[in-house]
Design a binder for this molecule. Sequence first.
Ligand SMILES: [Zn+2]
Length: 233
Amino acid sequence: MAFTLQHDADRTDDDPAPDELPPGPGSCPLCGRPVYAWIALPAAGDDATVGLPLGGPERVLMRCEDCGVAFERDRKIDLAAEWTAVCRPGEPPERLIVIPNRASVQAGIGVEGWAAIELSPGRLIHTPASLDLLAERNGQSIERRRGVPSWRALGWMWQTLLNGLTFRPNFARELRAGRVHPQGGGERARFTVDLVVTVLGGPLVALVSFPLELVASLAGRGGELVATARERR
Ligand SMILES: [Zn+2]
């Protein structure tokens, strides 16, 4: 399967507008524009390593160059279910949305090693533009909020930078969750290196990651996308 890039500048007046394009296997479920292979992640349950998985089953994520949304190839996307997934239960008419932001600085630095890449509710990994479209498709409008980053967003930036230094991505989070069980000499050696790097390097990385996420958030490119949603009138 060949993928070619088409940017806004390449379009002509004859190109149909996004709304006129029906969603298809190779098109964005939100804006209808073509999507392209972006990155591959290990199959669910497989041991994760930072970097592209080599051989074996893997999950290919597709990316829309227009609205920026990303999603796993060959998975059905239901926009009503996606909307329910991103909204926190709350009192109507206003609902709160707090989700990972694929257009953030931390996502740009980490790419497949971004600490929040697997933490989006639903099957879509959103940008501000794609969240706007999802709201529109569900008869809602949203208002984004900017401000200081949450502890969660600060933690993601910290973990994303550490992922560049450890063998196993999200080592601290996985260890805390009890999901790290090294077996064999090689795995134990990598576990020891990851532990030492996290314990000794963690505080130093925090000196960089916290101010970086703070600046990114204030510039509107924080790791979390925070918005309130209302019914459209
Ligand atoms: Zn799109």
